[in-house]
Design a protein around this ligand. Structure first.
Ligand code: G4P
Length: 539
């Protein structure tokens, strides 16, 4: 192979921002990683590189402010993990980047999953010393399900890490993806000498600053006497040549199809490789893609305004009990004041004060297009999974609730507060924090979560925001399944025969609780006409 990345093809796909339709200039993406790989640092440095913030450290500062406003965030502080997800918009070179933040902790994978339904591409951050870790793998699998294209950023090359060749191999083998290095490190840790940027055909200095031009051809790098005079650089180039001989050329369509990942080695902390990454997102990442929907996918080019709620964040301001629904626009040009129909509720909603979120501010959104995310303040009319349209009967699909893995009975110590408890649980279920059920026999509330941390968040928020102290009691259940059947009588009979282990979710759908995998399998065998569903479409 000669050229890992052909500069002319990269140029060819760089959009001429001036001639683009507004939605074509949107890049809506998320960063996925295992906790500690450097997602927060990279987010900050991307915002910095785009000019959206003037001083690194401000993303964290923003987080602190939010925390003091919202007590439940103490949990996040204590455990040092991010449990809230939001959106940050910034502009560069005529393009608008919408970065959707995803919580890294595995307990919040459900929330993260739903956020990934709202992006068109992702950046995967991998720690150079650790390689692909469990949470990265899980999130990657979610991306693969939706063919979300991925750019890989191998972080922390300013420290001792694993051999870049070994990391490339691991990504290729573990994720079954074609890998193509774009920014290659010349040494790592104390030996770090800078990088080669094969996209722009130039060197990157030790401090991350752009360096001199180099020959475009990887083989020709061995003739660069200045580079080869440095033993660390010479050995890194030799490895790069070895790798490139075995790897395919960069192909933007293979990347956009989710089969190939361009790989950037860098350091978020030192902002090495970050401007190059930002440029690549602008050049290669897709503009808004068609959104899976019923009866047919929604094209971003369609004139009708459509969007869906992928996240609801409640009580950002405790005094106002407000809720912000984050709406990802799929098509059309939204204008402030527009009336949109909530397809689930069959009601119109006048969206009079929508918001955009920037690195530090919120701003009224007067106009938004496909790919944009607007925040809609509401008092409980909007739930995760809702589709809003200008009128066309269409419903966005693929936004699931997952069967909970932890099921608990809610214990209320003050019986006078039953009403507040009902409201709290319902609100938080709409936000997607938890799932709530009423048993078919008995009156207690049952909650189901995917990870134990969600229970802590739930209890803290119900106490802080609704003034209701609650505790949880173990139940003899391990898992739950939504049940459905094409045969109405068979379903009725099943429910009648299993009433003591059945409940209803907040939409009234029947749920079967099982105390073991074995019990679930047995039920499935005994009732062949019943479908036991591990996920349920929201909205
Ligand atoms: P996360 O959001 O993925 O959980 O990771 P985060 O950015 O918080 O980074 C985790 C730790 O890794 C932080 O150190 C951060 O400074 C460090 N880090 C991130 N990128 C790089 C890098 O390119 N090189 C090096 N050497 N370190 C990096 P910490 O000590 O846990 O936190 P802090 O006290 O520095 O904030």
């Amino acid at each position: 192979m000669t050229d890992t990345l052909d500069a002319t093809s990269a140029q060819a796909v760089r959009p001429a921002a001036g001639g683009l339709k507004p939605y074509e200039a949107r890049r809506t993406f998320a960063i996925i990683s295992h906790p500690d790989a450097g997602k927060t640092t990279l987010t900050e440095k991307l915002l910095f590189a785009s000019g959206a913030i003037r001083q690194a450290g401000q993303v964290r500062a923003r987080g602190e402010q939010r925390r003091t406003r919202s007590d439940w965030m103490e949990i996040e502080q204590k455990r040092g993990i991010s449990v809230s997800s939001s959106v940050m918009t910034f502009e560069r070179d005529g393009l608008t980047f919408n970065l959707l933040d995803t919580p890294g902790h595995s307990d919040f994978s459900e929330d993260t999953y739903r956020t990934l339904t709202a992006v068109d591409s992702a950046v995967m951050v991998v720690d150079a010393a650790k390689g692909i870790e469990s949470q990265t793998l899980k999130l990657f699998e979610v991306c693969r399900l939706r063919d979300i294209p991925i750019i890989t950023f191998v972080n922390k090359i300013d420290r001792e890490g694993r051999d870049p060749l070994e990391i490339l191999d691991e990504i290729a083998d573990t994720l079954a993806l074609d890998v193509v290095p774009v920014v290659w490190p010349l040494g790592m840790g104390v030996d770090f000498q800078g990088c080669v940027d094969l996209g722009q055909h130039r060197l990157i200095g030790k401090d991350g600053a752009p360096g001199r031009a180099i020959a475009g051809d990887i083989d020709a790098l061995s003739e660069d006497s200045e580079l080869m005079a440095n033993p660390y650089a010479a050995s890194a180039i030799e490895n790069l040549q070895l790798a490139s001989a075995a790897l395919p050329d960069f192909d933007v369509e293979a990347y956009r199809g989710g089969h190939m990942t361009p790989v950037f080695f860098g350091s978020a902390l030192k902002a090495i490789g970050v401007p190059e990454l930002l440029r690549a997102i602008g050049d290669w990442a897709p503009a808004p893609r068609p959104q899976p929907a019923d009866p047919e996918p929604i094209s971003a080019a369609s004139d009708d305004v459509t969007g869906f709620v992928f996240k609801v964040q409640a009580n950002m301001d405790k005094n106002h009990r407000d809720r912000i629904a984050f709406l990802r626009l799929c098509s059309g040009t939204f204008k402030r004041g527009m009336k949109l129909r909530n397809v689930r509720a069959g009601r119109d909603l006048a969206v009079s004060n929508p918001m955009f979120f920037f690195a530090q501010d919120r701003e009224t959104a007067d106009e938004a297009v496909a790919g944009d995310v607007i925040g809609i303040p509401n008092h409980g009319t909007l739930s995760v999974g809702d589709t809003l349209t200008e009128g066309k009967a269409v419903k966005v699909t693929g936004i699931p609730n997952f069967a909970p893995e932890i099921i608990r009975r809610v214990r209320l110590s003050d019986a006078m507060k039953a009403k507040q408890l009902a409201k709290a649980l319902n609100d938080l279920a709409e936000e997607g924090v938890t799932q709530v059920y009423r048993p078919m026999i008995g009156a207690d509330w049952i909650v189901g979560v995917v990870g134990p941390l969600q229970l802590d968040v739930l209890a803290t928020r119900v106490q802080n925001e609704y003034g209701v102290p609650i505790a949880f009691e173990s139940m003899n259940y391990d898992t739950a399944r939504w049940v459905a059947s094409d045969d109405a009588k068979a379903l009725k009979d099943f429910i009648a025969a299993n009433r003591s282990t059945m409940g209803q979710d907040r939409h009234g759908s029947p749920v079967f609780f099982a105390n073991s995998r074995w019990a679930l399998d047995r039920a499935a065998k005994n009732y062949p006409d019943i479908r036991f569903l591990a996920t349920r479409e929201m909205g």
